[in-house]
Ligand binder design. Structure first.
Ligand code: AMP
Length: 561
């Protein structure tokens, strides 16, 4: 199939606002798609070059694309940079400059869907010396075999930022519509396989029966169950019922451990395959877990090898991406596993048995008393004061808080169901100013976004992190992008590409989850998950919080660790 047909669908989707209309556009299109193209098409409709669980990355940044665009169009990199700062979307930049291209270099428009996928996959494989120039060549070739609109979407596909407004939900509904299968069955298939293209293929070839037969299988990642938040135990008990399981909430990273005989795989919460980064965990799994067929849900947490005290997440986060020098990392930043759920054991799915039974199954295969693999510390209770005491002991032990879980619930992959709730301390909010920002892209092109926050000491301001959450797109609903942009614009000191430097002028109240040490910002600290609470137009710059206050908040937080 020609790539230009898919481009027409992308355009239609981009020009259509309604969700149902978008669904119908996709569904009409899918009814004419041959099975041999279906997998590629569904991936491309999602703006993905690979299935979601696939850890391959195209590894193409904006700079490479700009160079390829310069190559293809003959326009200078500087001019393309300017256009990009103006338009804010590199896809649109590609469309604009390639539609200006002289007719003499008439494009052949011969690109097929398979051609796009093959070349995009090839980009992921290029490595070693000359990588950048080889990638530029592949992209230039792609760009010159399609027209301007095709180029717009090619660029967006390379950046994995398609912007057709048709998310996974709309595509799922379109698959359901096309093959006349209930939405919930398509969703179930997706949660079990994390691969909507595979689900669509099964739906087309084997229908509902085929989907019903899909089951969890060690080796292919399953969407993790997510949790909601609760401020109090009263609220949590109300929601999950009593007695409930209260568990330590460890501050590490989520890991799904799969074993099928000698094959062991590790996936993160986003289902990234991190098996190669953790040969130590693979050893623990072989040594300390007494089964050869399972899928376990757990938290990997770092600890100090001398004191055995747990380390906060940011100190082990480097291990997740680290691809070299792993042996040293294992010594410097050792990790242990705290298991809290099990989805599959000895050939059987455990998704639909109650949590309390899953936990018994989990316990039965963990060899006890090993430091490397343990079960999450837990208390079953219906008594608020006991729950509160347990929570305090969790914080004293260095945990982040607790989870409160329904003992009878099934494991529901992919949903933020109320089967478990987290309770953790809320950090005191901070009053900060803004010293930098970035112009947004796409429909946010006229707004500033991604704000650099700063605290102060004496007359000097010190950066303490970047924040883009909590702002509203619409007016009258809290602090909006438009409002903050209008406030900051007169104070812009300097612009470079999309980055702007801003003279401190406003005060905003920020909440966050934690204060971390960070070499990135001039204060030496970074806020974890900062979000804006409100504009403090009742305050002025002298009220911006001091670095020394941040240091002492960080110390009180560390006292728990
Ligand atoms: P949050 O990331 O704040 O939404 O909290 C949920 C995360 O806490 C999960 O995704 C796990 O990574 C982590 N976690 C730590 N301990 C537990 C536990 N005992 N049960 C479930 N999740 C836990």
């Amino acid at each position: 199939m020609d790539y230009s047909r898919l481009v027409r669908i992308y355009e239609e989707l981009s020009n259509t606002a309604g969700r149902l209309e978008k669904r119908d556009i996709i569904s009409n299109f899918l009814s004419s798609v041959h099975e041999k193209n279906l997998v590629n098409i569904i991936n491309l409709l999602q703006g993905q070059n690979f299935p979601e669980w696939d850890s391959r990355k195209i590894g193409v940044g904006t700079q490479i694309i700009i160079k390829a665009l310069a190559n293809t169009s003959g326009i200078s990199i500087g001019d393309i940079d300017k256009l990009w700062a103006d338009i804010g979307d590199l896809g649109k930049v590609a469309e604009k400059i390639l539609s200006n291209k002289k007719q003499s270099t008439l494009v052949s428009n011969s690109l097929t869907i398979k051609g796009v996928v093959d070349r995009n996959q090839k980009l992921a494989e290029i490595e070693g010396s000359g990588t950048v120039s080889k990638k530029i060549d592949v992209i230039s070739e792609l760009l010159s075999s399609t027209d301007a609109i095709g180029a717009k979407y090619l660029v967006r596909l390379l950046l994995e930022d398609l912007r057709t407004g048709a998310g996974i939900g709309v595509i799922r509904d379109a698959i359901s519509e096309t093959y006349d299968i209930e939405k919930s069955k398509i969703q179930r298939g997706y949660d079990l396989t994390t691969d909507l293209a595979r689900v669509a293929y099964i739906a087309k070839i084997d229908g509902e029966n085929g989907l019903d037969k899909l089951k969890i299988s060690p080796g292919s990642p399953v969407k993790v169950m997510l949790f909601q938040k609760s401020e109090t135990f009263e609220g949590a008990f109300d929601k999950v019922g009593i007695p409930a399981a209260i568990e330590y909430k460890y501050d590490g990273f989520r890991l799904q451990i799969h074993r099928n005989k000698s094959k062991i795989k590790l996936f993160t919460r986003n289902l990234e395959d991190v098996t190669n980064q953790f040969p130590d965990i693979i050893e623990f799994v072989k040594r300390d877990i007494d089964s050869e067929s399972f899928v376990i849900d757990c938290e990997a947490i770092g600890y100090d090898p001398k004191t055995k005290v747990w380390k906060p997440f940011q100190e082990i986060s480097q291990r997740i991406r680290r691809k070299y020098d792993i042996e040293n990392m294992i010594k410097e930043v050792p990790v242990m596993i705290l298991a809290f759920d099990i989805l599959f054991l000895n050939g059987k799915s455990l998704l639909s048995i109650p949590f309390s039974d899953r936990r018994k199954n989990l316990k039965s295969i963990l060899k006890s008393e090993t430091l490397a693999v343990d079960i999450a510390k837990s208390l079953h209770t219906d008594d608020i004061s006991k729950a509160q005491k347990f929570y305090e002991s969790a914080l004293d032990a260095g945990a982040e808080g607790v989870m409160v879980k329904n003992l009878a619930s099934i494991y529901k992959p992919g949903s933020r169901v109320g089967f478990g709730l987290k309770i953790k301390p809320v950090m005191e909010s901070l009053d900060l100013t803004v010293v930098g920002a970035e112009w947004g892209t796409g429909k946010r092109a006229n707004w500033l976004s991604s704000f650099t926050l700063a605290c102060k000491q004496g007359d000097e301001f010190f950066e303490i992190g970047k924040m883009g959450t909590g702002l509203k797109e619409k007016e009258n609903d809290g602090l909006s992008f438009n409002q903050i942009t209008n406030l900051l614009k007169p104070n812009i000191l300097n612009e470079e590409g999309r980055n702007v430097t801003i003279k401190p002028s406003i005060v905003i109240e920020i909440e966050y989850e934690e204060i971390q040490k960070s070499p990135t910002y001039s204060s030496g600290f970074a806020l974890r998950f900062p979000r804006v609470l409100r504009l403090r137009d009742d305050l002025n710059l002298s009220d911006v919080d001091n670095l020394s206050k941040i240091e002492s908040l960080r110390n009180s937080q560390r006292a728990r660790n």
